[in-house]
Design a binder for this molecule. Structure first.
Ligand SMILES: *[C@@H]1O[C@H](CO)[C@@H](O)[C@H](O)[C@H]1NC(C)=O
Ligand SMILES: *[C@@H]1O[C@H](CO)[C@@H](O)[C@H](O)[C@H]1NC(C)=O
Ligand SMILES: *[C@@H]1O[C@H](CO)[C@@H](O)[C@H](O)[C@H]1NC(C)=O
Ligand SMILES: *[C@@H]1O[C@H](CO)[C@@H](O)[C@H](O)[C@H]1NC(C)=O
Ligand SMILES: *[C@@H]1O[C@H](CO)[C@@H](O)[C@H](O)[C@H]1NC(C)=O
Length: 566
């Protein structure tokens, strides 16, 4: 830690260095000349001046090498894609649809969910289908809603400028209204169980009919103590949405209340089972940070700190940097870093915040092509899920984190960050983010946009029950198979859907198999978040909205004067 202190002495906080134990060998791989020792030298004026010159030079070199490296999409492209991408959520709505859902081929569906004799959750109408079948998965749905809420909290003004604010808020509320039905959200103290999913993989993938025509009974999956990760993720979804809806006090309080109950349920599930918290560790961190921001209750920050310092040995493993519906660590790291950059709370939180700040810096380095931490296709798509199907949603999430981190750094007057001995400007983060989003939008070897309805060419055989069968065409479970097997284009265009994407060699087949053409709720949420981060003007980040529930950290400072009223 000595080195950290020295860095502070020379006021290098502007370029936070990863601490030594966090240094990974790959960070040194492609550095021109490791200058590791220079920072260790005594801080005499000469050394300082020398370091200054070296860093300035190194930054100039980086800036120059990146300046013309990347050409961006036509202005307005991200806005267009954002308008389109949001429509997907309207297509995935389950239950009784609102008056103007705006998807001509969708109608009410599965309004009987949960309704059977002896049901403990008799009204599970609502929510969203996750992908091309008709499963409603709370785990994936809640990650998708958390991502949307996060993007609204950060980029409220951009959504407003684009005329999409009430649309996206309506999308989030459709999800949170449903979550509140899936557990006893008015419980005074603790809950006994919660719904985890409606519909089973077997049936939902075997039958192929429009969700509107489903006539079989859909299984409600309940979990009692085996789902701390789900409970914590749903706590994150409700807590983040409570910040989105902070102006609607009654609803916001209801969401917070639900989030607290779920978080307690997650913690007691772990205690009760005597299992290690390992598999739910990242969700507990993520949910805890969101609850802290939503409530300002310092005990959540304490819990997060305790968890973070307990750091299971594999927490910063090969997968770190992969942010998805199944791994939240990088998201939690970035959220906590936000607090360090903007609020500098100091002792006692500083130790854990610095640790997370270091880790997220390294995650950002790992996205840069020069470090070869992750493979890339020839076309430039980062491979964050080991070449398995559905690479795009992982790339979109990484694109969001990188663009957002860049905005955090700029909003805190920090112009770059370091990767081992090299310093990079924030524009490198945007370049990475754009490169992935542009790939998704059509700048790829197949010359195809992977977002339906966007661009000149896009997939026409989307793996989706509702989109692949004509409206008013009632099919039985197996009767609908012919639509799935058909080589014809879908009769309904599922606008905004980001499909699973190409294989590990940039090759895409526009056929109705899940590996290539199935869209997902989580994928679209990451895409929308990345698009809003890249759209419009820089510096439109909302620094304060996230902290609206957090009490002033320095109570001695007088509050700002009350707004003048005539
Ligand atoms: C449908 O479109 C109309 C007109 O743009 C809009 O007012 C309404 O909110 C939309 N409905 C949904 C559910 O997004
Ligand atoms: C179920 O909940 C929805 C709101 O999500 C409501 O409109 C509907 O009336 C409820 N159904 C029953 C049978 O209570
Ligand atoms: C990268 O690709 C190589 C060759 O296909 C493979 O052996 C390796 O496991 C991949 N690495 C990662 C991190 O996916
Ligand atoms: C994509 O476009 C480029 C340049 O316009 C062309 O060289 C290439 O053959 C196209 N690829 C496909 C798969 O159509
Ligand atoms: C889809 O992915 C699974 C799992 O990786 C694989 O076993 C299967 O062969 C793939 N199918 C197609 C059509 O590529």
């Amino acid at each position: 830690m000595r080195r950290e202190v020295e860095l502070q002495e020379v006021d290098w906080t502007a370029f936070p260095k990863p601490s030594e134990e966090m240094q990974s060998s790959w960070l040194l791989q492609h550095s021109p000349k490791p200058k590791k020792k220079t920072v260790r030298k005594r801080t005499c004026a000469w050394t300082l001046a020398f370091i200054g010159v070296v860093i300035a030079f190194s930054m100039t070199v980086r800036a120059l090498t990146h300046r013309h490296h990347y050409q961006q999409q036509a202005p307005g492209a991200y806005n267009m894609a954002l308008h389109t991408g949001l429509k997907f959520f309207n297509s995935q709505r389950s239950g009784r649809l609102p008056d103007q859902n705006n998807i001509t081929w969708r109608g009410d569906s599965c309004i009987q969910d949960g309704k059977y004799p002896g049901s403990s959750h008799p009204n599970l109408s609502g929510g969203y289908y996750d992908g091309g079948d008709a499963i409603k998965s709370n785990f994936k749905m809640s990650f998708a809603m958390t991502m949307l809420s996060w993007s609204v909290i950060e980029y409220h003004a951009k959504y407003q400028q684009l005329g999409e604010l009430s649309h996206v808020e309506g999308i989030i509320k459709w999800g949170t209204d449903y979550f509140l039905k899936t557990f006893d959200s008015s419980a005074a103290d603790s809950i006994h169980d919660m719904v985890s999913q409606v519909g089973s993989e077997g049936t939902e993938r075997y039958c192929w009919m429009r969700p509107e025509d489903i006539d079989y009974e859909r299984k409600v999956h309940i979990c009692i103590s085996e789902c701390p990760n789900l409970a914590a993720e749903m706590a994150a979804a409700l807590a983040s949405a409570s910040i989105v809806f902070s102006e609607n006090d009654a609803y916001s309080q209801k969401l917070i209340q639900g989030a607290k109950i779920l978080y307690r349920f997650a913690e007691s599930s772990i205690k009760g089972s005597g299992r290690s918290a390992r598999s739910s560790w990242d969700e507990l961190l993520w949910g805890g940070v969101w609850l802290y921001y939503a409530t300002g209750d310092a005990t959540y920050l304490d819990r997060v700190t305790t968890l973070a310092l307990a750091d299971p040995s594999d927490s910063f493993s090969r997968d770190s940097g992969v942010f998805s519906w199944n791994t939240k660590l990088a998201g939690a790291q970035l959220l906590l870093t936000r607090m360090r950059l903007f609020l500098s709370p100091g002792y006692p939180a500083e130790e854990v915040l610095r640790k997370f700040h270091n880790q997220i810096s390294i995650v950002m380095c790992s996205y840069l092509p020069s470090f070869n931490k992750f493979n890339r296709t020839k076309g430039g798509l980062i491979q964050l899920n080991n070449g398995d199907p559905q690479p795009l949603q992982y790339a979109a999430n990484a694109a969001f984190l990188a663009a957002l981190y860049g905005d955090y750094l700029e909003a805190s007057d920090t112009r770059g960050w370091s990767c081992g001995p090299n310093v990079y400007f924030t524009n490198v983060l945007r370049d990475f983010s754009r490169s992935q989003v542009d790939y998704i939008l059509g700048k790829n070897p197949e010359n195809i946009s992977y977002v339906v309805g966007y661009g000149e060419r896009y997939p026409k055989h989307v793996h989706h029950r509702g989109a692949s069968i004509p409206k008013n065409r009632k099919e039985s479970c197996k009767g609908g198979w012919k639509w799935r097997e058909s080589s014809k284009e879908n009769p309904n265009v599922i606008e905004g859907a980001m499909v699973a994407g190409p294989d590990g060699h940039d090759v895409f087949h526009d056929v109705r198999t899940a590996n290539y053409t199935e869209p997902t709720l989580t994928g679209n949420a990451g895409l929308v978040a990345a698009l809003v981060a890249l759209s419009g003007e820089k510096h439109m980040l909302d620094k304060n909205r996230m902290f609206s529930g957090v009490p002033p950290l320095f109570p001695d400072v007088p509050p700002p004067p009350a707004p003048w009223t005539p």
